[in-house]
Design a protein around this ligand. Structure first.
Ligand SMILES: Nc1ncnc2c1ncn2[C@@H]1O[C@H](COP(=O)(O)OP(=O)(O)OP(=O)(O)O)[C@@H](O)[C@H]1O
Length: 315
């Protein structure tokens, strides 16, 4: 049975339709991403899942429960990140965790949680003295303090520096490894690509696509582009004749070769064979950002479009 089932969810604020028609399921143990541009209806959707808002249409089931009717039970079993402004300034990290832990039947080990979230040194620090990243991590800790079966994390890396973001990604993976199902609302394509088993792209209150990150990429094609500057004479027809190559073009001093993923290997082998030296080699591959733009017609977030062969992932 899926952990979360959302069917034809519809939610208005007065005349404003925030969620028009959204359906998806989240399976036990997965990291499920909810992506979309500003105002797409992501937060409203997950608030309906948590029972914080009542839907105007459709149905939501979480762990087989109705989040409105069975609100108390759902709150016990679904951990949600707090908005940081919800904590009093003078409350210390450890006190906040003790307080929130007292609300739950299941209780996490606070020392373990503090260590896991890199907050052990801040245990006695007052909330208002924490850095942005530390506040963010505390909000994740508070979401986990009742040992939830499902954790809903909304924009958890917004405002973090790149290292903080990476540390938080590791943390989300550790949460999942403990068997917690994670719903991750995000603007960041790179984050979704790195973390999510499946993701839903929402635009203007509707689902545009639900797929794995690689499935999303396959929807926009898988053509890679290899760029380099030849330092020796190079006859473009040598490259064009390679079996993997679908196109060769020349810029001012740069050659661009397109083809499937293995085109890089073919080009490097051909350059070596013909003793053509090169500089400024880089590979562009389709990113989730390309998929997002192609599916929604908008720019949704940041993504690393360029990779050098040395940091190219095997997946
Ligand atoms: N309490 C509210 N009252 C009125 N309109 C609201 C309210 N909350 C959200 N909206 C509107 O509903 C739409 C969906 O908002 P929601 O916050 O769910 O989107 P989102 O995808 O989470 O956006 P963001 O990425 O900017 O957080 C937006 O147009 C927003 O302005």
């Amino acid at each position: 049975m899926p952990v979360i089932e959302v069917e034809h969810l519809h939610k208005r604020y007065g005349e404003k339709v925030a969620v028009d028609d959204v359906s998806f399921t989240v399976e036990q143990g997965e990291i499920f991403g909810v992506l979309g541009p500003n105002g797409a209806g992501k937060t409203t959707t997950v608030e309906c899942v948590q029972g914080l808002r009542r839907a105007d249409g459709g149905s939501v089931r979480v762990l087989g429960l109705d989040p409105i009717r069975d609100r108390t039970e759902v709150r016990q079993r679904v951990g949600a990140q707090l908005q940081e402004s919800q904590l009093p300034d003078k409350l210390r990290v450890r006190e906040a965790l003790d307080l929130y832990r007292s609300f739950y039947r299941q209780k996490a080990d606070i020392d373990e949680l503090l260590a896991d979230l890199g907050l052990a040194e801040q245990r006695n620090t007052a909330f208002h003295k924490l850095s942005g990243g530390q506040k963010q991590r505390l909000s994740v800790a508070l979401a986990l303090v009742g040992r939830p079966e499902v954790a809903i994390l909304d924009e958890l890396t917004t405002g973090l520096d790149p290292q903080g973001r990476r540390d938080t990604w590791d943390l989300v993976e550790r949460i999942r490894d403990r068997g917690v199902t994670v719903v991750l609302v995000t603007h960041f394509m790179e984050e979704a690509e790195r973390l999510c088993d499946r993701l839903a792209i929402i635009d203007a209150g509707r689902i545009v696509a639900i797929d794995t990150p690689s499935g999303m990429l396959a929807r926009v094609g898988t053509e890679h582009r290899v760029h380099f500057r030849p330092l020796d004479e190079l006859d473009d027809s040598l490259l064009a004749a390679l079996p993997d190559v679908t196109g060769v073009s020349r810029g001012v001093d740069e050659v661009t070769v397109t083809g499937p993923e293995q085109v890089l290997q073919s080009v490097l082998a051909a350059l070596a064979e013909h003793k053509v030296r090169y500089a400024a080699l880089r590979v562009e591959q389709p990113t989730l950002d390309d998929a997002f733009v192609s599916l929604t017609g908008r720019h949704g977030g940041r993504a690393a479009a360029t990779q050098t062969p040395t940091d190219k992932r095997s997946s």
